[in-house]
Design a protein around this ligand. Structure first.
Ligand code: NAP
Length: 283
């Protein structure tokens, strides 16, 4: 009922969002939610085919003539290629209201199996892939004295578990970046939020599971998997309520416990790791 009311109210009517990493998973669900609530979207991802499929699904949700769905096929870390395409978008549609940065991937493996290139690539995609669109749109936001930038971290942006040595630092980095920019850009009328998804059923999560160490899989078995749609809905609800920290599902209690009793979280994950190793017959 609450969702039906929201759709009826169309709170994002005449709003434009650039959704970077929006052709699959949480990004696609978020972009669809925006269109359902009356907004227009520019969806960015590297591969054209999934972008076109996603755009067709979004077009099917359009209710008003003024709404539009556009796509840009580009790597978000490629500032030189993305820059002119975003300038062209701003020239045609004006300064967007939202920049939503969803690009990211996890490559869970035992630390002994990770190379320096793995760490560099994770930082390149997960950190610079969200920083580059910010740097490109920021001058426009500052001139227009408006803009809402929402970045995507993870539960692993406030705690760390085994298997995620390349991923966790990148998600902490997103939190650090958002904290610094939030404070500096407040006088310019630019707002920020960070989303901390828990495990979510997406194409990215399916790929992640292929290399996940057995212990990591056992440790996260008790965590309830969210749907991308539920995370997308919680994300947009958080933005509409101007929430700085957006914590869907089980990430909310986890964040609170970790904030006030970090030693307890470390004790639990160390215990779960020992249990998983014992289960696998490891010392
Ligand atoms: N799923 C989870 O359990 C989970 C949990 C916590 C946090 N997160 C975070 O949530 C975000 C989305 O995760 P997801 O599982 O929904 O991912 P996903 O299913 O793999 O979707 C990722 C999206 O980003 C695009 N993308 C990836 N690299 C890109 C790049 N370099 N430039 C432009 N677009 C790029 C992908 O399209 P192309 O491949 O065509 O570029 C796709 O549209 C990530 O930041 C992830 O770290 C996910």
């Amino acid at each position: 009922m609450a969702k039906e009311n929201l759709i009826r109210r169309q709170p994002l009517r005449n709003k434009i969002a650039v959704v970077c990493g929006g052709s699959k998973g949480i990004g696609k669900a978020t972009a669809k939610e925006i269109v359902q609530l009356g907004g227009s979207v520019c969806v960015i991802a590297r591969h054209m085919e999934p972008l076109e499929t996603a755009a067709r699904e979004m077009q099917g949700l359009v209710r008003e003539d003024s709404q539009f769905v556009e796509v840009i096929a580009c790597d978000a870390t490629d500032m030189e290629r993305l820059g002119p395409q975003l300038i062209d978008f701003v020239d045609r549609h004006g300064v967007p209201d939202y920049l939503i940065n969803i690009v990211g991937y996890a490559n869970p493996r035992y630390v002994q199996d990770l190379s320096l290139a793995d760490y560099r690539n994770a930082m390149d995609v997960n950190y610079y892939g969200q920083l580059v669109p910010i740097l490109l749109l920021l001058p426009h936001f500052i001139t227009a004295r408006k803009g809402y930038i929402a970045n995507v971290s993870s539960v692993l942006g406030f705690m760390g578990i085994m298997g995620y040595a390349t991923y966790t630092p990148t998600k902490f980095a997103i939190v650090g970046l958002t904290e610094a920019l939030r404070n500096e850009l407040k006088p310019h009328g630019i707002k920020f939020s960070i989303l901390f998804p828990p495990d979510t059923d997406t194409p990215g999560f399916e790929i992640e599971n292929r290399t996940k160490p057995e212990e990591t899989a056992l440790m996260s078995k008790s965590v309830k998997l969210m749907t991308a749609e539920d995370v997308g809905e919680a994300f947009i609800e958080g933005l509409l309520k101007n929430r700085y920290l957006i914590l869907p599902g089980e990430s909310a209690p986890l964040w609170r416990i970790n904030r006030f009793f970090p030693w307890l979280v470390r004790w639990i994950i160390d215990r779960d790791y020992s249990k998983a190793r014992a289960q696998l017959g490891k010392e």
